[in-house]
Design a binder for this molecule. Structure first.
Ligand SMILES: [Zn+2]
Length: 231
């Protein structure tokens, strides 16, 4: 039986990796997992900023590297992550967002977790239908008067070109909300993520969750996956 979201209890610290293309609702779902399971979402950018601000040894190394205009190495990120995972708020587990990005980083992460007898519980891939995603994003437009959102297919104003709410006829489209841009963002995501997907598939921890439905339905599917993967 799956525990209710409010009462979900993990029997051991969970290490989850959340993978999903732009527009799949990754941020929303990560927040729901944080609330439901007491997990902490760790993104690489936040980790770096916090370590630099705290002036930890790894943070100071990262700061020097960044000030020299160089890229922060995998080793530095791993060291920062090691420090962060040891903090009390991570006791119930973490959701990693944006790390690892490569199989080399994934292997380094496995070694780090092995130091404390841990391993990845699940690498969750939020799966989208590319064509549907393109249609969803590319059809969006917004009222310039009041900011109301519309969509070519899913939400037309009652009078074409006129806002239902404020009557304005100034409709605007974001330059990057077009089929070509959305398509290439998805292609770049798939190209970057494919090696990770097969890496975690090979380890038997890959979980695919359909991310095309309602937010709450996706959250329920994710919750089941996390519950099973951590018990
Ligand atoms: Zn309007």
């Amino acid at each position: 039986m799956i525990a209710d979201m409010d009462t979900a209890v993990l029997t051991r610290p969970a290490v989850l990796i959340l993978l999903g293309p732009p527009g799949a609702g990754k941020g929303t779902q990560a927040r729901k997992l944080e609330q439901g399971f007491g997990l902490v979402q760790l993104s690489t950018g936040d980790l770096l900023r916090a370590a630099v601000a705290a002036g930890t040894p790894a943070g100071l190394t990262a700061k020097a590297v960044m000030e020299a205009g160089e890229l922060v190495s995998d080793e530095i990120v791993i060291n920062i992550l090691r420090d962060r995972l040891a903090e009390p708020d991570c006791a119930k587990g973490v959701i990693l967002d944006g790390f690892p990005r490569t199989t080399v980083q994934a292997e380094a992460l496995d070694r780090l977790l092995a130091e404390s007898g841990q391993q990845i519980n699940a690498a969750v891939s939020l799966e989208v239908d590319d064509a549907a995603m393109v249609a969803r994003v590319a059809g969006r437009y917004t009222c310039g008067g009041c900011g109301e959102g519309y969509h070519d297919q899913f939400k037309q104003p009652r009078v074409a070109g006129t806002c239902d709410r404020c009557g304005s006829t100034e409709m605007t489209r974001r330059a990057d909300d077009n089929a070509e841009t959305v398509g290439s963002r998805l292609a770049a995501y798939h190209a970057q993520t494919a090696p990770l997907i097969s890496y975690y598939d090979g380890k038997g921890v890959l979980q695919r969750v359909d991310a095309m439905g309602e937010i709450d339905h996706i959250a329920t599917s994710l919750q089941k996956v996390v519950s099973v993967a951590t018990t």
